[in-house]
Design a protein around this ligand. Structure first.
Ligand SMILES: [Zn+2]
Length: 320
């Protein structure tokens, strides 16, 4: 029995090791399409399958590209107890204060949102359909990640507080179990005048939930019958351990709508960033866009990514 138990522990991180889960990321991008105004929605609807499927490309890239990992999180606690008073919002100012090396070490998600946003504006100006779709999918991914409280802390998987596994629990297991109860009518996309400032506001909000995410689970763990905390199921001939539905329900309800609120905001913000990029590009006509084929180098890079992903070894931090 003991040996088997060890086996479950080894398998579990592999099953949970994706940001927001593939499921949530794909739904965030897909649902964001419906927030768009009439000048945009037809193009995005025609390509909704691409936008949905490629919502998880940035996570796949982490298997091939060492620079990718830092783009998905920011460990705000490494900047002290009041990080938002000390981290300058602009990259240059922050790099001058802390060095670029430190910024990359601690994660760069707000700046990655900004950078992807301006790349998307340029793609709209060029009316390059493939680039617009690829960058829209990426941007939705980073915006989604910035909404996850555990993407704002060095205790990103509860590993410092004896709660290892909580990362995938919060962002994969819970939305997969309970999304049918969520209200995803988030309204229309709204213009964002300062993409960087907004990205920081998203991170600040996520970070404000971080303590609750950890403390509520710790409290539940102390009161919930431990024999009912996990359930086991067989997949591909192997036993897998997961947080039981009863435990998941208790945790989810104790957070009082937080997962739903963060997912709704991810959808709405993703649509709003896409819309704003289109406005900033001068509202180009999206009918009859130019389809610029990707270059051989880009094709080769993508193939390399696919192969590394299939080999399944993340470079740098996993669980983020
Ligand atoms: Zn991610």
């Amino acid at each position: 029995m003991r040996r088997k138990y060890l086996l479950f522990i080894l398998i579990t991180p592999l099953m949970l090791g994706f940001t927001w889960g593939f499921f949530a990321h794909q739904n965030i991008n897909r649902l964001a399409v419906y927030t768009l105004p009439s000048g945009m929605i037809r193009f995005y609807k025609n390509n909704i399958q691409y936008i949905t499927e490629h919502a998880v490309d940035p996570d796949k890239r982490r298997y091939a590209d060492t620079a990718e990992a830092a783009r998905h999180f920011i460990d705000t606690d490494r900047y002290g107890n009041a990080p938002f008073d000390s981290i300058p919002q602009k990259w240059k100012d922050a790099a001058n204060k802390y060095t670029e090396h430190t910024l990359f070490e601690n994660g760069i998600v707000p700046w990655q949102i900004e950078r992807t946003y301006y790349a998307l504006v340029r793609a709209f100006v060029m009316r390059d359909s493939i680039r617009i779709l690829r960058l829209s999918a990426d941007l939705g991914h980073y915006i989604g990640d910035a909404h996850v409280p555990l993407h704002t802390t060095e205790n990103y998987n509860g590993q410092l507080t004896g709660q290892t596994g909580i990362h995938g629990f919060w962002e994969s297991r819970l939305p997969e179990l309970f999304h049918k109860e969520y209200d995803f009518l988030v309204g229309r996309a709204q213009y964002i005048s300062d993409p960087l400032k907004d990205a920081w506001a998203i991170v600040r909000k996520a970070q404000s939930h971080k303590d609750s995410v950890l403390l509520i689970e710790a409290r539940l763990n102390n009161t919930f019958p431990s024999s009912q905390k996990f359930s086991f199921s067989e997949r591909n001939g192997r036993l897998e351990r997961q947080y039981s539905e009863a435990y998941s329900r208790a945790y989810h309800d104790a957070m009082n709508g937080m997962v739903e609120a963060q997912m709704r905001s991810s959808v709405w913000k993703t649509g709003s960033y896409w819309f704003s990029a289109w406005v900033d590009a001068g509202q180009p006509d999206l009918k009859g866009l130019i389809k610029i084929e990707i270059t051989t180098e880009e094709k080769e890079a993508q193939e390399k990514e696919r192969q590394s992903y299939e080999k399944g070894k993340i470079i740098g931090r996993d669980e983020n």
